[in-house]
Design a protein around this ligand. Structure first.
Ligand SMILES: [Zn+2]
Length: 497
């Protein structure tokens, strides 16, 4: 008798709570309700059917109860994930951002190379971007503009420039010469001052692509790491030469100086040694060092044919020959003759040099992030520019079952957000589907999502990404770009003044 009344009382209480909860929720009308999707939040490990309520630019409610909204979108059968965060893009205009958007990306950062004249560039993108944007300080440029012989040319170009693009175009041809030259002690001091000034313009750490300046002395490199260590400014690096010794060089510099380090595209800089490279990064992490890495899910790399990557001896370093190079302008494979002609004119090649098992090793490795290294637009640009995230979700999660869906989503959202948040506190609100998080949300069909860009046919929008919200604004609906909305915001580092 007692237990019966107790259970009645308890069920009454439960009812009351339910009614109260329903009443409270029914009084709120959200701007947008995403109804009945499979919500995956890698941080809280939520993986369940939920309704998501959005007010303005934030996630305001996540509930299994019905929610009222000014606009209710039925997303049943679809996955509701945090917007993907790409730490490594080179295409920074809306042309490339539209491909990134169709691949589920809501934040695209150029961190490997960074951006020259950073403050001017950030200004140039304000209120114009489809998705969030940001960049690191470009160490090769800061070094270049500190050198006596180029200082005046850079100052003239910057002061006369009518746009960010023209400020770079005017000195673009001079810059590669400086990569071959050493700094005087005074120029090195000035380089460090200029790096600090660009960090104060909002730069997200320091892009240190030593692979493009492989003659840089160990001392100069080490001192850049010392500066980064003192400031706790994250260093992103494309290592000196594609081998494990170069990975060891930057890990040693980071450990000795306390510089936080992110090694870009561990696949193309490690090649058949990727297992060892990843193990070294994971071991450094286990020992408490702030070191991380990423890869793109393709077996080809891509870069400029006139760059230092193709200095004499490239066939041995990369383990390939002329026929493994694909000229982006035409799609043709190169010969010794065409290589020599095109190397003089300059242009981009796709480099077929990796084995599928190396890529699988990197994707499957815990803690290794996904990042695209997407190029500037060209019809036959490397397909990673358009298909990186959908390829991982379609091929490596659904078809090959290499990793599960929540793990893949973590590598695309939470891990890059956490990687950035010491340096850029605004990233604490990204990479999560939680109450209070930014409403940067990617909604896709896990049964159909797939990349459509190919090496042969070139760029194409990925399929299966159905809706994308950027700070609470739809930029993609039913797989179509929403026209004339530009909700992308700048992502700044903590040194911004
Ligand atoms: Zn690179």
């Amino acid at each position: 008798m007692i237990s019966k009344s107790l259970s009645l009382f308890c069920s009454f209480l439960l009812c009351l709570q339910l009614i109260q909860a329903t009443f409270a929720q029914s009084n709120i009308q959200y701007d947008i309700v995403l109804k009945g999707g499979r919500v995956i939040d890698p941080e809280t490990k939520l993986d369940a059917v939920r309704n998501v309520g959005i007010i303005q630019n934030r996630i305001a409610e996540i509930s299994s109860e019905p929610l009222r909204g000014k606009e209710v979108i039925d997303v049943s059968g679809l996955v509701v994930a945090p917007g993907f965060i790409d730490l490594h893009v080179h295409g920074r205009t809306n042309v490339e951002q539209e491909y990134q958007l169709h691949d589920g990306v809501t934040t695209a950062l150029d961190l490997e190379w960074g951006v020259e004249n950073l403050g001017m560039w950030y200004e140039s993108r304000k209120s114009k971007a489809l998705i969030h944007y940001g960049a690191s300080v470009n160490w090769p440029y800061e070094r270049f503009r500190s050198m006596d012989k180029y200082k005046q040319a850079v100052e003239d170009a910057s002061s006369q420039a009518s746009s960010w693009e023209s400020s770079i175009d005017k000195v673009g041809d001079l810059m590669p010469q400086s990569y071959l030259e050493q700094l005087s002690p005074e120029e090195e001091v000035l380089t460090h001052q200029n790096i600090k000034l660009s960090l104060e313009e909002g730069g997200l750490g320091i892009g240190v692509p030593i692979g493009y300046l492989p003659n840089t002395k160990a001392e100069e490199m080490y001192r850049v790491f010392e500066l980064a260590g003192e400031m706790k400014a994250l260093v992103y690096t494309h290592v000196r030469i594609p081998n494990v010794y170069s990975v060891q060089e930057v890990i040693a510099d980071a450990i000795l100086t306390g510089a936080p380090l992110h090694i870009v595209h561990i696949n193309s800089v490690s090649l058949d040694q990727i297992g060892l490279s990843v193990k070294m990064v994971q071991t450094a992490q286990d020992k408490g060092f702030d070191i991380s890495t990423e890869l793109y899910p393709y077996t080809a790399a891509s870069t400029g044919l006139a760059s230092a990557i193709f200095n004499d001896g490239w066939q041995d370093r990369l383990g390939i020959s002329y026929g493994d190079l694909q000229w982006v302008a035409t799609g043709e494979r190169l010969t010794k003759e065409t290589f020599e002609v095109y190397q003089k004119t300059g242009g981009t090649v796709i480099i077929h040099l990796m084995k599928p098992e190396w890529i699988k090793t990197g994707i499957a490795a815990p803690g290794v992030m996904i990042a695209s290294d997407g190029s500037s637009y060209s019809k036959l640009a490397h397909p990673r520019t358009a298909g990186t995230y959908s390829k991982v979700l379609g091929q490596y999660v659904r078809e090959e079952k290499l990793i599960d869906l929540p793990t893949a989503i973590a590598k695309m959202t939470l891990l890059p957000a956490k990687r950035m948040e010491d340096l850029s506190p605004m990233m604490r609100f990204k990479g999560r589907i939680q109450v209070g998080a930014d409403a940067d949300i990617t909604i896709f069909n896990p049964d159909t999502v797939i990349d459509k860009a190919t090496f042969e046919e070139g760029l194409a929008f990925s399929e299966g990404i159905e809706y994308v919200l950027v700070t609470g604004t739809f930029v993609l609906r039913k797989g179509e770009t929403v026209l004339n909305v530009f909700p992308g915001n700048p992502i700044y580092g903590k040194f911004k003044k």
